[in-house]
Design a protein around this ligand. Structure first.
Ligand SMILES: [Zn+2]
Length: 104
């Protein structure tokens, strides 16, 4: 996940099963289709967790807005913004993976 330099086939460690494999693409991080699918599923699961966190914090914001505690509301809005940023980063990464966006 962290390195993406090599353009020639290189030995790498699969990010899912840990086995050494020969990467033929510079962005390969898994040894084959099975591990690639598992890695993609894990990413989606992470996204779903963050979406759930966003819903939870929004519901807290709504409740706090009614009770009117400005300090709590400020903290919750900062939290909400952090979650939004994480979601945006995920969306960009997924779009790049699916070929909807060019990789940087
Ligand atoms: Zn693997």
């Amino acid at each position: 996940m962290t390195e993406r330099k090599p353009r020639r086939p290189t030995e790498r460690q699969c990010s899912v099963c840990g086995q050494t494999f020969t990467a033929t693409r510079y962005d390969a991080s898994t040894c084959g289709p099975t591990c690639r699918t598992r890695a993609a599923r894990a990413t989606r699961t992470g996204l779903q967790r963050r979406l759930a966190a966003e819903r939870a914090v929004q519901s807290l914001i709504d409740q706090t807005t009614e009770s009117g505690d400005a300090a709590d509301l400020g903290a919750l809005r900062r939290l909400r913004r952090l979650i939004d940023e994480a979601l945006t980063a995920d969306k960009i990464r997924n779009d790049q993976r699916d070929g909807k966006l060019p990789t940087a």
